[in-house]
Ligand binder design. Structure first.
Ligand code: 5AD
Ligand code: SF4
Length: 473
């Protein structure tokens, strides 16, 4: 049974004192820090906290590796591909360190929470000064200070390999340096208890734990007061929000309470597990003023046999029922999904089931992945006779289907007028503004950068597989 552990105010204030001590150590000249992020939105959100701490520690943020005195890499463990990229890029930092021996290299995030990976970094990536896990983000200043104090010592004592095993904590009030003025992440929970058989997340992100509703609401009110227009609630499985809290609450109740905050803004959320997506949720979404009519509902596979092996706890018919209920509540629903191709033991017939379900549902966008074995997960021990080349053929067929459907969905927007939020200036003529529909579709526009942060009605004039093009009315 997970014992909820909340970081106390005193523990947090202690970290602020560590910030002062780091500040004193680097006060003799300006110091620059760069944070490089891999993986999901949760990681993007964690990187904002990392930047928040670094600023409190006296660093200025930079995008330049050459200029940086500290480089922090926030890693992802969900697939091998991401891990290889991280290791390649971290290894290459040896060149930077050769030029600037004072450079501090810190590696955090999900990869470091795996013991074999920590050992690999310890042995083969001597360039790394500090390894810290996602559960230690709240005490980054302390770890950074200790790393600084260890420098100059000999051998193993010269660096700090932390990232101790942990079930996770709940930490409120950490500083945060948000990188966008229109869109904001709002983490409502952390960890995952689902244990899908292919997934490393429950092992690295710890047990599922929700923030208290009053803390989430207070942060949302503050974001809206500061002028943020697009708020994305984050959690590995938002639909099971509230489990383990004293309050009797759930995700639809949280969403309704957030929606009641007055203002001109859009509420989004990621990610939903189909088994916990309820009619109550769809009703709250449909009746809300601010909630985007968009659900990201990862399917993973359309084959009942594979879904069972994946430990997903729904079947094809159950999934389709949820989709039908969501669409009945919200006829304008935008639906997106994740799919894994080539799960161990998947056959041509299983793959055909996935393709047919994809056709039947008609997703607005799909994120498709080739199965990547993750050490320590049940699926990694299952026989996997299908070759990588065969999986690639399936994958390509799925991507083609996904692209065709997205292009069709996008083409249906042409000629319509839709409301969008302008969320960025791209500086690329002629479509120098980027914007999103309430359902989250990307719309390129031509217009004044001063429009960033405004809701506008635009006429859709053109479309591709990936995006829409519009004219301001
Ligand atoms: N291999 C391939 N894809 C994976 N995902 C999670 N674990 C794996 C894995 N081992 C995908 C799932 C999930 C998304 C975030 O990443 O589709 O929804
Ligand atoms: Fe990657 Fe999962 Fe960690 Fe996000 S939570 S960074 S997807 S391993």
């Amino acid at each position: 049974m997970y014992q909820r552990r909340e970081i106390t105010t005193q523990e947090r204030l202690q970290q602020e004192q560590y910030c002062q001590r780091v500040r004193a150590l680097i006060a003799h000249r300006p110091h620059y820090a760069l944070v490089d992020t891999y993986g999901c939105q949760q990681n993007e959100s964690d990187s904002e906290i990392l930047r928040g701490w670094l600023v409190q520690c006296g660093y200025e943020l930079t995008g330049s590796e050459e200029k940086a005195d500290l480089i922090a890499v926030n890693t992802c463990a969900v697939r091998e591909h991401a891990e290889k990229r991280v290791l390649g890029n971290v290894g290459a930092l040896a060149h930077n360190k050769a030029k600037n021996p004072e450079l501090l290299v810190c590696v955090g995030g999900c990869m470091t929470q795996q013991e074999t990976m920590r050992e690999r970094i310890r042995r083969s990536y001597r360039v790394v000064d500090l390894v810290f896990g996602p559960h230690e983000l709240w005490q980054f200043p302390q770890l950074l200070l200790e790393t600084m104090e260890r420098r100059g010592r000999r051998g193993a004592k010269s660096r700090l390999i932390a990232a101790a095993p942990s079930e996770g904590v709940v930490a409120e009030g950490l500083p945060r340096q948000r990188d966008n003025q229109v869109k904001a992440w709002l983490s409502i929970m952390n960890g995952c208890d689902n244990f899908c058989s292919y997934c490393i997340v429950p092992y690295v992100r710890g047990r599922e734990r929700s923030r208290r509703p009053e803390d989430v609401l207070a942060e949302a009110r503050e974001l809206i007061r500061l002028g943020y227009k697009d708020i994305t609630l984050l959690g590995q499985n938002v639909n099971s929000y509230g489990k383990g809290l004293e309050e009797d609450t759930d995700f639809p109740a949280l969403l309704a309470a957030l929606d009641a905050i007055p203002g001109d803004y859009v509420l989004r959320f990621m990610t939903s597990h189909p088994k916990d997506a309820t009619e109550k949720l769809f009703r709250v979404m449909a009746e809300s003023e601010h909630c985007a009519h968009h659900i990201h509902l990862p399917l993973q596979s359309g084959s009942d046999r594979i879904l069972r092996q994946m430990n997903r706890r729904y079947d094809r018919a159950g999934y389709l029922e949820k989709v039908a209920a969501a669409r009945a509540a919200m006829p304008d629903l935008v639906l997106t999904t994740d799919i894994i191709v080539g799960f161990p033991g998947e056959t041509e017939a299983d793959f055909a089931d996935t393709l047919s379900l994809v056709e039947q549902v008609g997703y607005d966008a799909m994120f498709t992945f080739i199965y990547s074995p993750r050490t320590g997960t049940p699926a990694a021990a299952m026989p996997d006779p299908v070759s990588r080349a065969e999986k690639q053929v399936w994958f390509d067929r799925l991507v083609q289907t996904a692209n065709r459907i997205s292009a069709e969905k996008h083409a249906a927007y042409v000629g319509r007028t839709v409301r969008v939020l302008v969320d960025g200036a791209t500086g690329q003529e002629p479509y120098d503004l980027s914007s999103r529909t309430k359902g989250g579709r990307l719309v390129h526009l031509a217009g004044d950068p001063a429009l960033v942060g405004q809701f506008l009605d635009v006429k859709i004039t053109d479309s591709t597989t990936w995006a829409l093009y519009g004219q301001i009315e």
